[in-house]
Design a protein around this ligand. Sequence first.
Ligand code: F3S
Length: 397
Amino acid sequence: MVQLTPEEKGMLAGSLGEGVALAMESVVRVAEVLGAPRLVKVSSAHISGVSYKNLGEEGVEFLEELAAKGARFSVPTTVNPAGFDMEVYREMGVGEEEYELQMRIVRALASMGARVTLSCTPYLINPPSFGDHLAWAESNAVLYANSVIGARTNREGGPLSVLEAIVGRAPYVGLHTDEGRAPTVVVDAGGVRSFVERTGAVSALGYLLGAKVKAGVPLLVNAPRNLAHPGNLRLFLAAVGAASSIGMVLVEGVSPEFKRVEGLKEIALEEGELERVLGKWSGEAFDAVVLGCPHLSPGELAELASRLGGRRVKGRVLVFTSRWAVSRAADAVEALRRSGVEVYADTCMVVGNLSALGVRRCATDSAKAAFYLSNQGYEVVLAPRNFLLKAVLSSQR
Ligand code: F3S
């Protein structure tokens, strides 16, 4: 039985309108199924799965209906990438009809009060604080919020996050609770530490950890030092999320809640296992390098531009980021474009349509992207960013 406050009971009974009552009913039902004793107020929400391809007509009608019934987001709410860059959609092979379908989603979300950020990095755009409770969908964002910031959110589904954003509450269960955040297994990266520091294979490391541990809260010890670099950390966590249902990793030297615990099962990661992950997506040939899973930050755009140093890239390089980051790193984006890099906002290589951009075989530094793109039928090479940049700057290609 979920204990509701008088205010929550009122919402359920329709004190704030039909839309809120509908949302509250579903959130309470989910809380019951999960065995949550109560709901917890959240300070923000992040909605995923907002492309038309993902939502379909029913999903769009559901959003429009909620909006028409007067439902409004009661907490700051951001939104994951859409199917294409809203400014250059024609260049991406998107027709007016497809554009209009996506716009129905954008309009419905905006009319309910969302900040339509179309990015998977809400932790950069609207950063939460330590101890904040959140209702976030999008696994890389959830992993970052829990592991790096010490905010508290479960890995919500896209539709549930919409309803939680309306009622401003989530079931008090799992990673919202102290018990749910306690480590369940120690993962020792000592055996792969020098390999990862030498090669930069941080994303493969995340994939390996996710694939071996699968669930719970791993406590990562002897983490490679290069994991502390913000871009590396984001690649690592995104890959953990792609390979598992994990929503938080306690990383030594990074996570505010990291604390050594005795008596837990220990798993050691080995170099051969990491090589096998890299071997899954190996190869020489690709027709484009795709970067930005998760979306590149303004700092990463600047780093990339300075790394290219005004030189023209050989072959195609596609970069995915947020409109927010583009506006904050406008000079870097300009420089990247002058170097021949294609910069896209609002979308990403997985949610968008790479083949409409003429890409069949791609190379990426993100194991999350490698995982989803190979599932979509693309030929994928996974390699560290440095390696890929060397390749596009070398005159041999
Ligand atoms: Fe973000 Fe798309 Fe990757 S949503 S984490 S860039 S799959």
